[in-house]
Design a protein around this ligand. Structure first.
Ligand code: C2O
Ligand code: CU
Ligand code: CU
Length: 485
């Protein structure tokens, strides 16, 4: 049985106090899902974002303070050409510093928007982004060290599409909001009055924040209207910590067409897709039978094979919960009826024999100190907690490196700035099919080998970050930085 609200229950180890607010939401007619507004900058090569505060009424009874770009919560879907300089302008109308990091753009460190590039209240940051990479669904979000989790939770995130304009030739659905849906998955908690609540319990501080209510594009209980044909779902996990294990409620296939930073060569048929924080996947789903169906997720503990082995992988007890129901609307134009066979994308296939090896261990401190509020060094990489003033290593520009990344205590979604990488193996075996495309974030459940080339420069003053994308872990110190010279 799949329920709609207060639905993410049954989490292991009391990770979340399951609180189901008694609200009238269930009787409210949930509306059709809205897309983020599309800000198409493919023609002009320039766009403007203004971080601002506003009021959002998620549950229909109380407005809550939220932040967004050009609107009250989250930001527009910005579409830019995949090649050519893009002039961005980001104004900060909030009264604290924030930043905009372009997660998935392979660009130099001096325009990357990480923790060394805060935008002061009232200031405007105008980086020119030298975009030159394959079509992809990437994203943008704030990245102030120690504040990222709270600021993203407030809403400082949005989707960035890199487009080469060739999707029609590929036979890929591309009508924004009709057969090409942008879906930002986030979990939240609300208090009795319907206000968004980001108070961290001790398990939250350790595991990362887990909510009990799903937001899709900032909406609760909405239904996606789809044409009777093939629809593209661009999935972004914009949650602070929750890992989704997605499937369709009737088990119909999801055809994977793109991973974080590019299209595949050809679709991969999947019945289940794991989506960890920071990752993007694009899938095609066939609604040609006209039946209503839902995107659902299994419960997850984040424990993985290290801590959750006894519970059978990373699945927790409890029923699957609904992410998003779909309703077929025959009035919508079903433009694509057949799956494309050839996507024209690529799978990475670099020569690993020339790679320099590097070990990266994602650590969580053990013992009683681990549970202490704001204890330092609780989270670290290779035994060191993040330090803004320390360059962890320097890489020669153009170097190829093979990183052996291991996750301790639980699964950690690992992200590297300034590159796109190939997953060579996971726990000594061939990578999971969903990880065979170009990636910039990968869920480490045990150990994975990653191969990447460092073509973008980053100075010691404006270095690239590498970190766990569970935002509470990142803020807690599970992050490092490197220069490329
Ligand atoms: Cu999506 Cu360093 O972040
Ligand atoms: Cu990033
Ligand atoms: Cu982590």
């Amino acid at each position: 049985m799949i329920t709609r609200r207060g639905l993410i229950t049954g989490l292991g180890a009391g990770a979340v106090a399951t609180f189901i607010p008694k609200l009238s939401w269930a009787n409210r007619e949930a509306g059709p899902l809205a897309m983020p507004p599309l800000l198409d900058a493919t023609g002009t090569g320039r766009f403007r974002l203004a971080a601002q505060s506003g009021q959002t009424n998620f549950l229909g009874n109380t407005a809550t303070e939220t932040w967004g770009f050009n609107q009250a919560f989250l930001g527009p879907t910005v579409r830019v050409a995949n090649k050519g300089a893009v002039q961005a302008e980001v104004e900060n109308r909030l009264n604290e510093a924030m930043s905009v990091h372009w997660h998935g753009l392979v660009i130099p460190g001096d325009v990357d928007g990480g923790p060394h590039q805060p935008i002061a209240p009232g200031a405007t940051w105008s980086p020119e982004l030298p975009v030159d990479q394959a079509s992809a669904t990437v994203w943008y979000h704030t990245h102030i060290h120690g504040e990222t989790a709270r600021q993203v939770h407030m809403g400082l995130a949005g989707v960035l599409q890199l487009s080469d304009g060739l999707d029609d030739e590929r036979g890929l659905p591309s009508t924004y909001g009709i057969d090409d849906l942008t879906l930002v998955l986030q979990d939240r908690r609300f208090d009795r009055r319907g206000r968004m609540d980001y108070s961290l319990s001790m398990p939250d501080q350790m595991m990362g924040f887990l909510g009990d209510t799903m937001l899709i594009n900032g909406q609760v209980s909405a239904t996606a209207m789809v044409p009777r044909g093939i629809v593209r779902l661009r999935l972004l996990n914009g949650s602070n910590a929750r890992i989704y294990t997605l499937s369709m409620s009737d088990d119909r296939a999801m055809h994977l067409v793109a991973t974080d930073t590019g299209l595949l060569d050809k679709p991969i048929e999947l019945n289940e897709l794991t989506l960890s924080p920071g990752e993007r996947y694009e899938v095609l789903v066939d609604f040609g039978d006209g039946k209503d169906v839902s995107l659902i997720s299994q419960q997850s503990t984040n424990m993985g094979m290290m801590g959750g082995g006894m519970m059978g992988g990373h699945r927790a007890a409890g029923p699957p919960f609904e992410i998003l129901p779909f309703k077929v609307d025959t009035a919508l134009n079903a433009r694509i009826a057949a799956l494309p066979l050839d996507l024209g994308g690529s799978r990475p296939d670099m020569d690993e024999t020339k790679a320099t090896r590097r070990k990266v261990t994602l650590d969580m401190g053990m013992g009683p100190g681990m549970m202490m509020r704001r204890s330092s060094n609780r989270f670290s990489i290779n035994g060191r907690s993040f330090d803004m003033r320390r360059t962890d290593f320097t890489i020669q520009r153009g170097a190829l490196e093979r990183w052996s990344v291991s996750a301790n205590m639980m699964m950690h979604p690992f992200h590297v700035h300034g590159v796109t990488f190939q997953v060579l193996s996971e726990n000594g075996r061939a990578p999971n099919p969903q990880n065979t495309g170009w990636k910039d974030t990968v869920l480490i459940d045990g150990r994975a080998e990653l191969l990447m080339r460092f073509d973008q420069p980053a100075s010691e003053a404006l270095p690239f970050m590498f970190h766990c994308h569970i935002l509470e872990h990142e803020d807690g110190g599970m992050m490092g930085q490197f220069a490329v010279v």
